[in-house]
Design a protein around this ligand. Sequence first.
Ligand SMILES: [Zn+2]
Length: 444
Amino acid sequence: VTCDLVVTGGTVLTVDPEWHLYEPGYLAVSNGTIVGVGPADQGSGWTAARTLDATGCLVMPGLVNTHTHLAMAAFRGAVEDAENRLIRYIFPLEKALVTPDLVYRASRFALAEMLKSGTTTLADMYYFEDDVARAADEARVRCLLGETVVNFAAPDAPDAHGGWAYGQAFVDRWSDHPLITPVLAPHAPYTCDPGVLRTIVESSADRGVPWMMHVAETLPETQRFTASHGSVVKYLAAEGVLGPGLVGAHMIFTDEADVELLGRHGVAVAHCPSANAKSGRPIAPIHRYLDAGLKVGLATDGPLSGNGLDLWGVANWFPKLQKVLTGQRDRFTARQAVRMATLGGAEVLGLDGVTGSLEVGKRADFLVVDATDFNVQPVYDWDATVVYALRPHNVKHVAVDGRLVVEDRRLTTLDEAQVKADMAQIAGRCRATLRALAPDPKFP
Ligand SMILES: [Zn+2]
């Protein structure tokens, strides 16, 4: 039988329902689709246009990052420990600098980091999402892109809730793209009016796509809706916007009744443990969400909040922090974390029929990870290796939709030198703007 590509010689971790591990195994790809996966001896029946030798490597599904803000890579590490950083510096910085061109170039930069570290599917929320889509199309990454809707003027919309009109046009423009799912992303319950939220819920349901929002992330938000409705989640339930289409990022401040409501409405969760920890926020009760049957995926959040865009670090810290939260060392297994970093994330984004595991019929989104490095060996348990040992530099090849977007640790879709030069230029403009904002010699 002929196909386009066969990956041989490596260990194949499928993340299929039976959790098959082929040691050694093979993976066959044709027209971007996985057409064969199994033990190595069965792979010899394939005649491929190209063979990729994965000796010494682990072949596994690409990672899924369920919540980020790509373009904020431009501001990563800026005024890091300043008091009231977001309102005093970052909002003015965005107001002064966020243009379609900055969003395009900064998103390309962030996508380079993501692809090279093994993320093949991601969900983004920001402004000028048209230009994020332009960058994502060029990088060849699978993604859900959400245009931000807020009840005040935004960089791409002068009127309150102007993101709605922008978002409609954006959705129309990109809805036939093979890798990009355009969606709407109201910023948060406290920055978007309930009538607009309901319209977003309805239009998303009509199109059969999710919608994304930050939910129960901050203390002021929680205090406000606890005073009016008992909690943020109860407020959303009262407004009739809870449902299976909602991908809620963070979901930190929830009580038992909230968990029951979220479970009943089939809400999905984008869990951002390292970004939340950096903000000094509590650890989201993921054990309760899973017990209630919620879909949960892992996320870095934006490079301003979590700084890194590599999902290995998040997959590493997720079970550790849940163990701290519950005081139980056996509360989360490495296998659960592997699943959450791949298939679990795909389920959250409604893409589990397409990606998240290596199974015949799914699109070929996979990684070839060098397992011979000092930080990886020895390997006794591949699940533990994936969660606790692997780092971005171990990623050797990355395929999205059957195409190698990273080959021998180099991007094939973007010019790395150009992408870096663009960011250096953006950073120069950021420095100048920050100097004007902050005469304090400590910053930037
Ligand atoms: Zn966020």
